[in-house]
Design a protein around this ligand. Sequence first.
Ligand SMILES: Nc1ncnc2c1ncn2[C@@H]1O[C@H](COP(=O)(O)OP(=O)(O)OP(=O)(O)O)[C@@H](O)[C@H]1O
Length: 455
Amino acid sequence: MRSALLDIPIDIVETIVENAFGWLVVVDKEGKIIYINKNYCDFLEVERDTVIGVHVSKVIENSRMHIVAATGKEEIADLQYIRGNYMIANRIPIVSNNFVVGAFGTVFFRDTKEWMKMNSHVKSMLTKIQSYIQDIDRSVKYSLDDLLGNSKQIQSLKDKVKMIAASDISVLIRGESGTGKELFAHSIHQLSNRSHQPFVKINCGAIPEHLLESELFGYEEGAFTGARKGGKKGKFQLADGGTLFLDEIGDMPINMQVKLLRALQEGEVESVGSTEPVHIDVRIIAATNRPLEKMMEEKRFREDLFYRINVVPFMIPPLRERMEDVPILMDYFIKKITKKSGKRIMSIDEDVIERFQQYSWPGNIRELENVIEAAIHLTNNEVITLESLPDYLKESSLFPVGKKKLKEIIEETERRILLQSLAKYNNNKLEAAKALGISKSSLYEKLKKYGIDHS
Ligand SMILES: Nc1ncnc2c1ncn2[C@@H]1O[C@H](COP(=O)(O)OP(=O)(O)OP(=O)(O)O)[C@@H](O)[C@H]1O
């Protein structure tokens, strides 16, 4: 069928092509420019004659025209960054006799000034949003199912999470470093009615004292030299409607503790440089590995704040007190790390498992994960052996000679053996006592001596 376009005089077709599509570029199969309209040349500040026949990637920044010409796949309304501006590009393959012979692309906007204004507005919004995205983590990474462990302690903590998650009461999570405090905080948020609202974390120990107030409560424009234009929202405002996770709360300076308590009691915060308090609705989850009771005695932690946050206490036991969790965690980390690294691990030597069971894991689960990651990378075959462990775990003697007195080493070892035996025999005291060659009453005595929960 004859095209109606052929009836239109060529100079009219040219006027249409020059003006109808905003900016227009046409490339051949190889991505070389065969046509580009004047408006586009003006914007790019190039002479048309000099760019015809040149590969499009050399003329237009971030161009994908050659890709569309090669793949034949159209790209519509794609955001393209050219000469410092975001633009909306359409790229369409040109098909002739069932073959892709090139592509044409259009970039749309007529009023350049208007676009520039909108563009700079978009850019400043994007920068602002970016800085907030870093603060807010709506996509809480972990849920209760990610909290692994068959031990009685972990199971009962998980039950407790289910019981208290829906309410708005404050939670204080305590435990050594690497025991999973943050993971518990995520799980509580995820199971709460606030799960679609932000989960905002602040590490109270990592922020210098003079910045902590503005980090927590925000500041107004002009509040101090160097203050950002338009001010900045604090973590409380960012968490509004959701959960605020105060990590390392034991490291918070005492005068900030006073301000924090006031905010919690009044449900209002005042940003630095403002006199207008704003209402906020946040659920508080705090975590620490500090001995808060001792710190209260020494007046380094405020009692009133302690009682305000310690409504539901969570005490996460160190890994050495729940050795039965080691195998399931080991399995999980091996799967996770091999998937990430592409390495294959078929088995773990018995001595490695034994060594893991003897070790005291001062860095807890984080340390276990790191040790497994290193071992997977260090092994030459598909088996993890003692050789692939770090030196301090390889040593045949794990006793801290030179660091501790004999009595302490013996007691620590005895305590660990008791825990291991109970774990091995599923808390069956009679069997554990038998395996250790002691009477049941002697076992009970020892459990009492070491403060091991033997219910
Ligand atoms: N029960 C668990 N199951 C699976 N992974 C866990 C568990 N507990 C902790 N982890 C993993 O161990 C690492 C440390 O956990 P997390 O950061 O929650 O510990 P933490 O107690 O908050 O540490 P810190 O006090 O140093 O901040 C994380 O990679 C976490 O995913």
